[in-house]
Design a protein around this ligand. Structure first.
Ligand code: M6R
Length: 366
């Protein structure tokens, strides 16, 4: 059942080229020129008239939601808010018929997310679900939605569901942009064509496995980690930190890299490694500064960079190179080395990666 892998988590990490293929299937047509998300086409009026999108989710799904904000704002020019479902439900939210609420949940059964959906519906918002489990409560309770179709995820730490959620959010944003005309046909085609190549890029990233396994040995006994990123890499930093915490029980914090100087930089010393997500995007020059700031304080750095990077290579202690993609698609690529890093650190510590202590795969109580 684990397909020859020692743990479900590793199996699910390695499945991503094929789960992403399943997730994309039927959604990119005409050689990349058209994006087809039926939930958008069937509700075109709702999406054309939306004055705001509110995303609700928990945990890893909330991190995907934060990426959804960047994607939808950037491509569709609709303001987006992202809320923890547990906070949203008790926050006396302000919503009406022109709001679209997107609920993201792998299991489709998370109690707080379901409660948030019910509130949104009672206030007249249009509720859209992004889920993995066909026929689960969230797809049943929402007005429309999209399945991520990545197959059953057994490991408690979400891996293939996260990349599937981010892929669906990218396609959803592109489909809305196509409908609204906020992206040109050429821009849509660039996204569509790259989406089709993502499974093969992911295949390539997975070749970092042995290097990451070796690297993990150096960091197994660190007590704290910082994960830093900017723009599309900021939610990836949060997700990388969560993954390390939940399976290795090492304290890790994800932070927007430029917020460092407002406090956390005080923590940096030789005992505090930083994982810096620094692909070649429009914030690259900015994050180079942050890398230098960490180095100047004696911190060790593992950097995720784009193939061929020359600047950060000379500053960081270790670099993991990933293929170049347009920045809106980079989170799918840059999150994968972080999944492997947490996996190997947890394994080195002898932890049960598939069933970490105190956690359940689906949180059906509040
Ligand atoms: O099933 P859901 O996506 O609603 O679950 C939400 C969180 O409980 C979940 O993502 C959790 O944070 C994972 N264990 C993270 O790996």
């Amino acid at each position: 059942e684990k397909g020859g892998y020692p743990h479900f988590m590793l199996k699910e990490i390695f499945e991503q080229p094929s789960t992403l293929k399943d997730c994309i299937r039927g959604r990119v047509a005409e050689k990349g020129r058209r994006i087809i998300i039926s939930g958008v086409m069937d509700n075109a009026e709702k999406f054309l008239n939306a004055k705001r999108v509110v995303i609700v989710a928990c945990g890893t799904s909330w991190h995907a939601g934060l990426l959804g904000k960047y994607l939808i704002q950037d491509m569709c020019r609709i303001p987006v808010e992202v809320e923890y479902a547990s906070e949203f439900r008790y926050s006396n939210p302000v919503l009406d018929e022109r709001d679209i609420v997107i609920a993201i949940s792998q299991s489709g059964e998370t109690a707080d997310t379901l409660a948030a959906i019910n509130i949104a519906k009672s206030m007249g918002a249009f509720v859209y679900g992004i889920s993995n489990v066909v026929g689960s409560s969230i797809p049943r309770e929402t007005d429309s939605g999209t399945y991520i179709h990545v197959g059953p995820e057994i490991g408690v730490a979400s891996t293939k569901a996260f990349t599937g959620q981010v892929m669906v959010l990218t396609l959803l944003a592109a489909a809305i942009a196509q409908l609204k005309g906020t992206k040109s046909p050429e821009e849509i085609e660039e996204i569509g064509k790259t989406v089709n190549k993502i499974p093969s890029y992911v295949e390539k990233v997975l070749k970092l496995n042995d290097k990451i396994e070796r690297l993990s040995l150096i960091y197994t006994y660190a007590r704290n980690f910082l994960y830093l990123g900017r723009g599309y890499s900021y939610p990836v930093a949060l997700e990388g930190a969560l993954k390390l915490k939940e399976i290795s029980y090492i304290h890790a914090e994800g932070y927007p890299a430029a917020e460092m100087k407002h406090g956390p930089i005080a923590l940096i010393d030789a005992e505090m490694p930083s994982v810096i997500i620094a692909p070649n995007d429009h914030l690259y020059e900015k994050i180079v500064n942050n890398v230098q700031q960490v180095k100047a304080r004696g911190g060790s750095i593992i950097a995720i960079v784009t193939e061929g990077d020359t600047v950060i290579r000379n500053i960081a202690d270790h670099v993991l190179e990933v293929p170049e993609v347009p920045e809106c698609l980079s989170p799918i690529i840059t999150s994968i080395p972080l999944q492997l890093l947490s996996y190997y650190i947890a394994i080195n510590k002898g932890k049960d990666v598939d069933m970490p202590r105190n956690l359940a795969k689906s949180v059906t109580v509040e």
